[in-house]
Design a protein. Sequence first.
Length: 647
Amino acid sequence: TADPLVLFMPSGKRGRFPLGTSVLDAARQLGVYVESVCGGRATCGRCQVSVQEGHFAKHGITSADDHLSPVGPKEERYDRVRGLPDGRRLSCSAQILGDLVIDVPQDTVINAQVVRKAADARVFDRNPAVRMCYVEVEEPDMEKPLGDLDRLLAALATEWQFEDVEVDFHLMPQVQSILRKGEWKVTAAIHKDRDDDRPRLIALYPGLKNEAYGIACDIGSTTIAMHLSSLLSGRTVASAGTSNPQIRFGEDLMSRVSYVMMNPDGREAMTIAVRDALNGLIDKVCEQGSVARTDILDSVFVGNPIMHHLFLGIDPTELGGAPFALAVSGAVKLKSQDIGLPMNEGTRTYVLPCIAGHVGADAAAATLSEGPHRQEEMMLMVDIGTNAEIVLGNASRVVAASSPTGPAFEGAEISSGQRAAPGAIERVRIDPLTLEPRFRIIGVEPWSDEPGFAEEAASIGITGICGSGIIEVIAEMFLAGIISEDGVVEGSLAERSSRILENGRTFSYLLHDGSPRITITQNDVRAIQLAKAALYAGVKLLMDKQGVNHVDRIGLAGAFGTFIDPKYALVLGLVPDCDLAKVKAVGNAAGTGARMCLLNRGYRREIEETVRRIDKIETALEPKFQEHFVAAMALPNKVDSFPNLAQ
Ligand code: FES
């Protein structure tokens, strides 16, 4: 009769194995990632799985508990000492005695960082670059004069099949004392970024060291976000964010580049500022997660090109003008302590590749997270900041560009504009008959016309309008006929409504009559038109390159993308027409991509490969940019239609 059939869930990988094979071995042979630190000694408990019982007719498997060997003495001892959750078995000890469906518990759930919809929680296969490997090393013997370290390496080869291990030099002076302290039982942290890399010993612990952590970090020009995850379970144990202290050198990216150009020590000051902030965040996540800083062994960073360069201590001046040359576009691998982020002496850092001079490692990480290159549908991804990073593509081709949208979407250049913070108007509705507005401010639940608003708002104050609020108010003004297709505020409406105010030769709309007074001026409308036209023109260039006049799916990344209502993005023509159900905020997709690379080194290869294949388009050099830009000044657009809005 045939060997038993074993199916692993959720990966769906299956194979036949001789009776008595351990479940862990079977998983290994199929390339199913099951963690193991103790190397099958039934002491680390990392290899837990459970059996899915019952009939799996569609898999042709009748799985049952008794198709696994009964709990033996070692597993029993583990259960007694450490406790096994109900239904769980140690896969290193449980042997295959019949057909099985095995559940590999997936703690690696990555929530889209802005946790608005739990449905965005995603599960990823794990395969971290750092593995913890427990070994028992032969004691020294006068007859065999092999060094302590050499016998350790021999044990790593026999027990873990790590051949030809390189050793971080800082460990050499410590090896002897660690081996003796652990009574020849030690746990080696082995770093291997690529399949064909030589494995490297980066940390060594006496006895069984059953934990190791990693951080994933998105360095935004405004906000820095960091996650601390267990490399062994994949669980994210803490997250923290802070504002980027480089803001004091310049609000937006270009002003930071000019700061470097104008000040001899400007580059260094900004590098120190961002690294200080990162060190502070590392302390914060460690405290939150009760993790020792030295237990962090791997780290992944993403950022736009200018953040990327300043973080690495590279002068970003070349990125300030054409041809926008990156000092380095490929992935960067280094020791964290070399960039002033001391954790463990052996901690490694991986920085994702940049796509182009204006399209950074953050866009690469967002691409990895959303996967336009993995699907047939034509997907558009935009990350809107002072520079919009735009990626468009599907499995056959991906193109990318950036567009100079300017800071209007972030509330700068808008008369009552402000950053998204408590007190900022973020949602607006305008009654098309009376032209009276109702709105919501950040930090207050009820709308302005609902009970309780006045009391709650009084304590915070209504301070201004943020990016998403500006999009909504201008879209609502357009829908209510207050502004024309060309973006002109209709002065004739002043007769009908006291909300329309005259100022000289133009008109504005009074959104809130308080202190401060919040109005939307003709200049505000213009600023948004210019920003959205730049964004749309960039998108159109990419659509031209792809030869399409329609996109199937749109992902709006970043903080701004998270808070704008897709409907209003279409009303204003920020992005091309698309089925509204397929326009989604993708949260901090860059942070998600960074975490994917932290927990599975396979994703590092995937994005390196994808970035190499992406066609980069320099919008400034494209003759059709101007034409698209002019058409996109109109609301929603002079030439393109938006059939999905009609529904
Ligand atoms: Fe450590 Fe199974 S591998 S308990």
